[in-house]
Ligand binder design. Structure first.
Ligand code: C2O
Ligand code: CU
Length: 481
């Protein structure tokens, strides 16, 4: 990881980024990331991944392998932060299914700041099951990382300083004076979340992506700090979903739109041979009601905006192809295997005086309560409740709940009647049928998940992936023993 100085103030955006080179292994397993993103790591299931990491930043950081099943000392827990100038070797076998994963910084209180300034990259896993499907590959296999950012007049990132979680002292020159671009006071934005008015795809403002008239596999990653997306095609045709966080679904599914909370991924299949008569095709984010919205934002959460336009490069018709319908062997979740099948553990997302928490408790580096302690080799049902308990003025907003070190299954969702009308406008976009490591919990919702603690004991975290929520307390440990 290196800081890169701004050479020409006024033009250059200073970023923090992962720089990598392949020391050993298959030649195609590391390729430069787009924009400021770190290198894209491609691995096959069953391989061992070894990353020799040096922290060249002026502050501690750690790398979390988002979605991967790894031992606790390899997971990038904030207690394993690597000090400036220090080195750490991450090494583990890759046991996850084929899919779209990512990695990013995870130091305590500074995750939002560090990811905002560039510390994230893709990790793509392949396996035999996926390869037998012959999904679109090569230039037709495109990962799209969606992030929103604010810039000042000199093109520097604007990330609010002030108040919360130890932010604001480091890297001063890289930030605006305050959260001015976000239209909120810094302390408030550091608590409620940072929303950018510029949508970046793969670390740049992409006017359009050139495509050919043939099928593509698009891997959509929400790498935003706080923003959720309601993705839809501009011509109103449904999205064909192949995979979610933890890889392929049992069969492809058509959805009118797909909700993507921070850190969630979805893979869609699209045949650009079906180019619409109007001659234009784009991916949009549609309007939805995020429960509460803060005033003064140029692009509030739930606003409608274009994400990416496509530019048809070759006119030769290839004839539309269908995606494979059957994709994967995916057993239905078995809630009965949970040790607490009929008494789900409740994790209430709560708010106190300028701090978030779970069941009223904020993050403590080494603390796990008794309900956060689980037995190795068991399954449990956890219920995330987003009912605004403790919040001022009944403020409720979406939360994107992520559990480290494992993939889980979503069992059911329930929404309170007060939020039902808003919920109906997002419901069809919640793709819950596959393996997940992050689940969007909408205002007024209770979401039950089935979690298995298989073979790695230790201390892991779970948290909201709205990074400012995480940095201001909406994170806790769970202990597997
Ligand atoms: Cu992608 Cu703890 O996070
Ligand atoms: Cu949150």
């Amino acid at each position: 990881v290196r800081g890169r100085a701004s050479l020409r103030p006024g033009n250059t955006t200073a970023v923090w980024r992962y720089e990598g080179k392949l020391l050993q292994g298959e030649a195609e397993s590391l390729q430069a990331g787009d924009g400021y993103l770190g290198p894209t790591i491609r691995v096959r299931r069953g391989q061992r991944l070894r990353v020799e990491f040096t922290n060249d930043l002026p502050e501690p950081t750690t790398i979390h392998w988002h979605g991967l099943h790894v031992p606790d000392d390899m997971d990038g827990h904030p207690r394993h932060a690597v000090a400036p100038g220090q080195r750490f070797v991450y090494e583990f076998p890759v046991v996850n299914r084929a899919g779209t994963y990512w990695y990013h910084a995870h130091p305590h209180g500074r995750t939002g700041f560090q990811v905002y300034h560039g510390l994230a990259g893709l990790l793509l896993i392949s396996d035999d099951e996926e390869q037998a499907l012959s999904l679109p590959g090569g230039a037709q296999d495109v990962a799209l990382v969606l992030q929103d950012r604010n810039f000042d007049r000199d093109n520097r990132f604007v990330y609010p300083s002030g108040g919360m979680g130890g932010g604001g002292m480091m890297g001063r020159g890289m930030m605006g004076r305050d959260g001015t671009g976000s239209g909120m006071g810094g302390g408030m934005a550091r608590m409620m979340g940072v929303l950018g008015e510029k949508i970046l795809v793969n670390g740049r403002q992409l006017p359009s992506l050139g495509v050919e008239r043939r099928p593509y596999r698009l891997r959509l990653v929400n790498g935003s700090n706080t923003r959720s997306y309601k993705l839809a095609w501009s011509d109103g045709s449904p999205l064909t979903v192949l995979a979610t966080d933890g890889g392929l679904l049992a069969a492809s599914q058509e959805r009118p739109y797909v909700m993507l909370g921070p850190a969630e991924r979805v893979e869609v299949w699209v045949d650009f041979a079906r180019w619409p008569a109007s001659g234009e095709l784009a991916l949009h984010s549609l309007e939805f009601d995020p429960g509460m919205s803060m005033g003064g934002l140029a692009l509030p959460d739930g606003a409608r905006f274009p994400v990416l336009a496509f530019d048809l490069r070759s006119a030769g018709a290839a004839g539309a192809v269908q995606p494979p319908r059957q994709l994967s062997q995916l057993p239905a979740p078995q809630p009965g295997m949970a040790v607490n099948a009929d008494r789900p553990k409740v994790f209430d997302l709560t708010m106190g005086m300028m701090t978030w928490g779970v069941n009223g408790r904020s993050f403590e580096m080494l603390e796990a309560s008794s309900e956060e302690t689980v037995k190795l080799g068991t399954h449990e049902v956890w219920e995330f409740r987003n009912e605004g308990r403790g919040a001022m003025m009944g403020m409720v907003m979406p939360h994107s709940m992520h559990i480290h070190g494992l993939q889980f299954r979503v069992l059911e969702r329930e929404v309170s009647s007060r939020f039902a009308p808003a919920y109906r406008a997002v419901q069809a976009g919640l793709v819950d049928d596959g393996w997940k490591d992050t689940v969007l919990v909408m205002p007024g919702e209770r979401v039950r998940v089935l979690v298995g603690f298989h073979d790695y004991p230790g201390l892991f975290i779970y948290h909201c992936h709205m990074l400012e929520h995480e940095d201001s307390g909406l994170m806790r440990n769970y202990l597997v023993k």
